[in-house]
Design a protein around this ligand. Structure first.
Ligand SMILES: *Cc1c(COP(=O)(O)O)cnc(C)c1O
Length: 375
């Protein structure tokens, strides 16, 4: 068996090489490299895709979280509630605006923020709840929105792993006061470089973030406030416009692949992903849990199968957050599963044959392990 990559994001494999190259050529010949029509069109198309009014193209997903919070005037002295098991950017964006991230452990089945643990973290300083739609499955939005309404808090969606996912029939990005998307190459909708976007139904957030990304400019050389350069690159927008047309098809292929994995791993005594039936899970990652994870990881890599861990260290145990104090034992579910999770290869064009091979290797390993344990 040839080597199996973790994700396959090359245009050749996505079948879009010609279309993308043509678009890139057009942009190069147009000499319009910054903002312009290509950005406007992508923003229109992506807002429509998410079922919201506005989209602002940005340089990455972290900027979308950060600038969105700045537009809401979240800053020093404020608190934002967010899951402790996510990519660092969910939490670090809160720190970057000067606010305090208040962590919540995850639900043991979905890996998403445990909504039953949110309310007792709310204080007078709390301004927002930021759920993360982790691995491509929307967080439990009904409960989260209820809590937010009751306590008059904003809901900010970190949708960086869940392009096109749905909760109760609506696309993610349409639930919060704003949502952040990343188009990092490996995401379900990925650019060929860094890129991101903020989506919202709030006109004021939209207009503020549009200025924030462009030196605080309201008109050329008229700067309303001190700001950044955080623009989405025009070439990337052109590429994203091509890829957006295929996103639903690719997401469906991911779901199909997840179902094949589920079926093949069903009786292997391995914890497979839980799918909350109210959601459309878009399987950015296919994450299993298994004892002896580190040895299995090595074994799979020896067999030419690339795997990942998302994430090996919960955020409160990262060096960057050492200053917070109180460490091990604070978030037992996230801490425990960080030692057991393993992300298997997942991408739209992963073949059934490869999935079969991967699961056979895992099952063979598991049998050997169980035999050694005397089971
Ligand atoms: C990828 C990701 C981000 C950050 O996006 P960038 O584009 O890399 O800045 C934020 N949150 C989550 C959950 C992510 O997966």
């Amino acid at each position: 068996m040839e080597k199996i990559p973790f994700a396959d994001i090359n245009i050749r494999h996505l079948g879009i090489a010609l279309e993308v190259k043509e678009r890139i050529n057009q942009i190069i010949h147009s000499s319009s490299y910054i903002l312009g029509e290509e950005i406007d069109k992508f923003e229109e198309e992506f807002a429509r895709y998410c079922g919201v009014k506005y989209c602002v193209g940005l340089d990455n997903g972290t900027s979308a979280l950060e600038l969105g919070m700045r537009a809401l005037n979240i800053g020093k002295g404020d608190e934002v509630i967010t899951p402790v098991n996510s990519f660092i950017a969910s939490t670090s964006s809160i720190s970057m605006v000067g606010a305090i991230p208040v962590w919540v452990d995850c639900d043991a089945k979905t890996y998403n923020i445990d909504p039953t643990k949110i309310e007792n973290k709310i204080t007078k300083k709390t301004k927002a709840i930021m759920p993360v739609h982790l691995y491509g499955q929307p967080a439990e939005m009904t409960t989260i929105l209820e809590i937010a309404k009751k306590h008059k808090l904003h809901v900010i969606e970190d949708a960086c792993q869940a392009h096109g996912a749905e909760y109760d029939g609506l696309r993610v990005g349409s639930f919060g006061v704003f949502a952040a998307f990343s188009f990092y190459p490996g995401k379900n909708l990925g650019a060929f470089g860094d890129a991101g976007a903020l989506v919202t139904n709030d006109k004021q957030i939209y207009e503020t973030v549009k200025k924030m990304r462009n030196y605080g400019q309201s008109a050329k050389y008229h700067h309303d406030f001190i700001a950044w350069n955080r623009r989405l690159d025009t070439l990337q927008a052109a590429i994203l416009r091509v890829k957006l047309k295929y996103l639903d098809r690719w997401n469906k292929q991911r779901v199909k692949n997840a179902h094949i994995y589920n079926k093949l791993l069903k009786d292997a005594n391995i914890i497979i992903p839980y799918h909350d039936p109210i959601t459309i899970h878009v399987y950015h990652l296919y994450v299993i849990q298994i004892d002896g994870r580190d040895r299995l990881l090595k074994y799979l890599e020896e067999k030419g199968i690339a795997v990942g861990i998302h994430y090996p260290i919960p955020i409160h145990l990262q060096k960057a957050y050492r200053f917070v104090g109180k460490r091990e034992g604070r978030f037992p579910i996230s801490e425990k599963y960080a030692h057991k999770i393993l992300s298997l290869p997942m991408y739209p064009h992963l073949s059934e044959e490869k999935i079969y091979y991967i699961t056979e290797v895992i099952k063979a390993y598991k049998q050997k392990q169980d035999a050694n344990n005397g089971n």
